[in-house]
Design a protein around this ligand. Structure first.
Ligand code: AMP
Ligand code: ZN
Length: 444
């Protein structure tokens, strides 16, 4: 691989060689890289033992489907082998680590060699180039820096592309808006829940993003969001908003990104082998069916992960695209299996509720789902902010509540309590939004 692709401005591809591969070329490269990855993993005693038990050597792989011979890796494996137990190179060859907070038990650690960081930057640059950004753009990264990979991941990727990069970090909306205006920001990355907050502050300040800023492209990701939420963001700011998928275990942002067609996320198959399996049986599901996303990193040195169970639920949309890239297209995430709400025997993902709420123009974008239990039942309360303040117009409020309840019932088969609150009332986090508070856990 050319380590630092340098495309000319008129080229649609950042890394033409890899982005425009045919399916046969992708699969041949995947087989080659998977064999190399297995050989690298065998330097680690834990992987070595697992592969020996399963009778696996690099030569066991002759086709991409052979990946199924390999054992799965889980977050639990990362926790049990905290911090460096799954390293496949000596620590002296590593130049950075990212760690995720451990709310339950040990945190997880992901190590990177210099080459891993270079490839990660290439991936992010590829994504940003794909949606039309070029070196004369100004890129503002309004995402947390530090251990959260959205900060440094986008920083290095945007620099690799050659844009003027503004490491604004998360929060402080007034300063964000000042930067956007003063520096002529044309592209911005943030979590979607924060983008909607930023827009509200613009409104409060009398800033019209269409007239007073040069924003044209947004990268939004790191948390589940609905198509309706994306459309809102596009309409509010007058931009194109592209879905960006990443996870620290694979590197961070850069794993999957939408092209200009906005018809699913291209997951980069020169870097990952993608599988969708039934989370119960762990058998592959047919294209189009929802299952758990399984990723094998095939281009990483420090800590490749084999058949990593992401817990994210999604489906394959296709393997070709009018944009000319044949890298697999994956649907936006439905949520993580761990985020699924089970209420009175019904399975619900917060994003289903978001999708309905966002269809009501009377509602703003922030909402909070609270689950409680009393002696007889589990209950769901959906608090949602109103776009305009009409809290003293009771007939209108009651009618709106009734319509929301009915629409939610059709989607989730349950009737939650609805509370309409003024804009700015519900908490906004600088990082990933907290959409569900489960107070039932107290009683368990
Ligand atoms: P982290 O490694 O802490 O950044 O978290 C990675 C997780 O964030 C993924 O496994 C997904 O659950 C979630 N995530 C990241 N990007 C997206 C996205 N575009 N849409 C939905 N969920 C996402
Ligand atoms: Zn495409």
């Amino acid at each position: 691989m050319s380590k630092f692709p340098v495309p000319d401005n008129s080229c649609e591809f950042f890394d033409q060689e890899h982005e425009s591969m045919t399916r046969e070329q992708i699969e041949a490269l995947q087989v080659e890289r998977l064999k190399e990855t297995i050989a690298r993993c065998m330097k680690n005693p834990i992987y070595k033992q697992r592969f020996e038990e399963a009778g696996i050597t690099p030569d066991s792989i002759t086709s991409v489907a052979d990946v199924r011979k390999l054992p799965f890796t889980t977050k639990q494996d990362l926790r049990e082998n905290y911090p460096f137990g799954l390293a496949c190179v000596p620590l002296k060859e590593c130049v950075r680590l990212h760690s995720s907070s451990g709310t339950t038990g040990n945190p997880t650690v992901i190590l990177h060699t210099q080459n891993d960081l270079d490839e990660w930057a290439n991936q992010v640059a590829r994504n940003l180039w794909m949606v039309g950004l070029r070196p004369d753009d100004v890129f503002q990264n309004s995402s947390g820096y530090g251990m959260f990979t959205g900060g440094l991941g986008f920083q290095y990727g945007a620099e690799r592309l050659g844009m003027l990069t503004v490491p604004a970090a998360a929060g402080n909306s007034l300063r964000q808006i000042k930067f956007i205006r003063d520096f002529g920001t044309t592209a911005l990355h943030a979590v979607p829940s924060y983008v909607t907050r930023l827009y509200e502050v613009m409104q409060e300040q009398g800033v019209d993003p269409r007239k007073d800023t040069q924003l044209k492209v947004l990268a939004i990701g790191a948390e589940p969001h609905s198509e309706e939420q994306r459309k809102r963001i596009e309409n509010m700011l007058g931009v194109k908003a592209y879905n960006s998928f990443g996870m620290s275990e694979m590197c961070g942002p850069g794993v999957g990104f939408e092209c200009k067609e906005q018809n699913g996320l291209h997951f980069w198959e020169d870097y990952y082998i993608v599988e969708i399996v039934d989370p119960e049986t762990l058998e592959p599901v047919p294209d189009g069916e929802i299952g758990e996303l399984i990723l094998t990193s095939i281009c990483r040195e420090a800590m490749p992960l084999i058949r990593y169970r992401t817990r994210d639920l999604t489906r394959v949309l296709g393997r070709t695209c009018p944009c000319g890239r044949n890298h697999i297209r994956i649907d936006r995430m439905r949520g993580r299996s761990d985020d699924m709400i089970v209420l009175r025997g019904v399975n619900i993902f917060p994003i289903q509720i978001e999708k309905i709420l966002m269809q009501f123009p009377e509602l703003a974008s922030n909402y909070l789902i609270t689950l409680t239990s009393d002696a007889d039942n589990d209950n769901m309360l959906v608090e949602v902010e109103l776009e305009e303040l009409f809290t003293d117009d009771f007939p209108r409020l009651l009618d709106l509540e009734k319509r929301i309840r009915r629409a939610l019932k059709d989607e989730i088969l349950l009737t939650p309590h609805i509370k309409l609150v003024p804009k700015g009332t519900l908490p906004v986090s600088e990082g990933k939004a907290v959409r569900v508070v489960d107070k039932r856990k107290v009683y368990q």
